[in-house]
Design a protein around this ligand. Sequence first.
Ligand SMILES: [Fe+2]
Length: 406
Amino acid sequence: MSVATQVKDPPASIQKARQLLEQLNQDAASHNIWVRTQMNAPAQLPWFTNTGGDTGIAPMASGRVAANQMKTAAYRWKWKEYSPFLNRIAGIASAAEVSPIEFTDRQSILLTNPGLGGRLQVTNTIRCAISIYNPGDVAPAHIHSPNASRTILSDKGGYTNVEGERCEASRGDIILTPNGTWHDHANDASSPVVWIDMLDWPLMEFLDCAWVDQEYTGASDGTNEKSQPTIYADGHSARLYGNGGLKPTFINHQRGWGNDPTPMFHYKGADLLASLDKLRKEKGDAYEGIQMQLVNPVTGKPVYSTLDYNVQLLRPGEEPRFKRETSATFIVVMGGSGYSEIGGKRYDWEENDILVVPNFQWRRHVNTGKSDAILYTVSDAALLRNIGQYRAQGKTADGKIEQIVS
Ligand SMILES: [Fe+2]
């Protein structure tokens, strides 16, 4: 039932007044003006009354006030379905006289959310591209306002240079390029490499704050225009900041132009796995299992002021409870198999599958396999906390609603 159909017909006097207002609108339209004839109609029901029911999905509102509202939809992209497109792109690059990367900047597929009208975004705040680099491909050095990251799917090969730090890519790595950092990518290995790019691009676009500069003029001599020179060898980030609770005092932590950017650019997949594994005997969280957040080692805050990055271990058979948040979450299945229930629907998943959990919808992730399930998540919870809008609820073992963050 839509919000509009819940409203009873108004008395005749109101209908008459509304007709008169609508007549005004015939003249107003040519001046880019709309005379209000309806109440506000948000496409979200009040959080505190839990009127989202079992799914958390509120109905879309209707009418002029709500005409252009859109809601992120729950969705799953299976590796079996999206990876053939990457292979085909790579094939074209080999067969054609000109590699597509020369005129497209990237050889990638971009994921679109069925709820967001064809925009190149998976949630209201996050864009996701999946890129393939053939041996020899180079994505030239550039800098931009969106925060971005790479989650590496291929086993080994390729690198990203961030502000002179060469980050050699291996499966499970997360390489961060905070806003205002120069970065370039390339594959100098002998086989193609694949990674997932995530950015807060739609948010920057909405704020009219998205910009890119591709004119890298080189380091000291001003001649190197395509790739940055390597100043710091692979592992620099982890050597400086990968010693939990210890911060080096002899360096400036500012890297790039950002405001308090995280100086830790490169999280190695092996280190992330080892960190989770060390905690496997802990009880963990009833809603998240064993989960760790990537934080700026200097400030202790999320790595980006807009996006939270978490890595999560669900042990074999682990069945966390239902939770919902005001934020939207993007999930990459880095290992294992299981299913997620999102908004009342079940989505089975296995390695390299990708899911989106929309804002407000009830969800849980269950490991049905005999091995660990490893989920990497990116959400806009960081942004929502910063603007005072982050809330979370859970369902307790007896089905009651619990305020986790109210
Ligand atoms: Fe970039």
